[in-house]
Unconditional design. Structure first.
Length: 85
């Protein structure tokens, strides 16, 4: 699951994230900022529990979505945006 955080709806998006954690098939949730190159990665543990805090990501950090075998830097999500310039 990937969500975009924007200043105008951040509260609603974060509420959606907690709703997503109740879906058994959701293993990872990636929140991407719309105002800077940064993100939050929430990953369900082996015991099925969600962590109390996300993994915070900066531009050069690798994003590994283990549930789908995806690996790229966070900056790659922003390569066609004005933030990449």
């Amino acid at each position: 699951m990937v969500e975009i955080l924007s200043p105008s709806n951040e509260h609603l998006t974060r509420a959606n994230v907690w709703a997503y954690t109740s879906i058994p098939s959701v293993a990872e949730i990636l929140l991407l900022s719309s105002t800077s190159i940064e993100g939050e990665l929430w990953r369900r543990g082996a015991d099925g529990a969600w962590p109390s805090q996300p993994q915070m990501l900066a531009a050069a950090d690798p994003v590994r979505l283990e549930s789908i075998g995806f690996a790229e830097t966070l900056a790659s999500f922003y390569r066609t945006t004005s933030l990449a310039a």
